[in-house]
Design a protein around this ligand. Structure first.
Ligand code: GRF
Length: 208
């Protein structure tokens, strides 16, 4: 069973999805949650699930990103973490941290990468006129929101959509996708076949 450390900055709804799916999927165990923001909503979710939760604030480190990351790395190592899962973690990681966890960090991003890396993905997708939007779980590389794709899930975009409605419709899809991708990744294989039937099932059960 792979031990997972989850890095968060905010409300932690993706963290909650990973926690909730853990017993059913049986492929990973969340052993540590770290937030760079004190009082982030996800911290209470971890504590409610009996998972160790730490606050390591980036602010005291100022522009020295790597020193902040060395503190995060030390906490992950001392907890015996195998895989780092970013779930709404709003810090860009340095090449040092990415190299230290090469092929062992994954992220969820609210767009169909490689389209729309970075922020404000829903507004940018609408402005571009795309007919499909979605989310991506990928292995983390040096560039922001870049790296080998583990899985994606798409939703249709309608003329009535706003950034808010897209975000609201996409979030439960993220919650369906991320645990399946993490489980496939933790199991050492991430073929689409591992999770596609489950996603198809999810969409059938949640028609628009
Ligand atoms: C999600 O949309 C995720 O894709 C993005 O940030 C948001 C985090 O939400 N990276 P939450 O904290 O998991 O609720």
């Amino acid at each position: 069973m792979k031990k997972v450390g989850v890095l968060i900055s905010g409300r932690g709804s993706n963290l909650q999805a990973l926690i909730d799916a853990q017993p059913r999927l049986g492929a990973y165990q969340i052993a540590l949650v770290i937030s760079n923001i004190a009082g982030a909503g996800g911290l209470a979710r971890a504590e409610a699930a009996g998972i160790k939760a730490l606050v390591i604030e980036h602010r005291p480190y100022g522009k020295d990103r790597e020193s902040f990351e060395r503190a995060v790395n030390a906490a992950l190592r001392s907890a015996g973490i195998d895989i780092v899962a970013l779930a709404g973690f709003m810090r860009v990681l340095t090449p040092w941290f990415v190299a230290a966890w090469r092929d062992r960090i994954i992220n969820i991003h609210p767009s169909l990468l490689p389209a729309f890396p970075g922020r404000d993905t829903h507004a940018r997708a609408l402005a571009a006129g795309v007919k499909l939007h979605g989310c991506t779980v990928h292995i983390v590389r040096d560039a922001v929101d870049d790296g080998p794709i583990i899985g994606q899930a798409a939703i249709p975009v309608t003329p009535q959509d706003t950034p808010e409605t897209l975000a609201e419709r996409l979030l439960p899809v993220e919650h369906a996708l991320y645990p399946l991708c993490l489980a496939a990744f933790a199991g050492g294989d991430a073929p689409p076949a591992a999770f596609q039937p489950a996603l198809n099932y999810w969409f059938a059960a949640n028609p628009r």
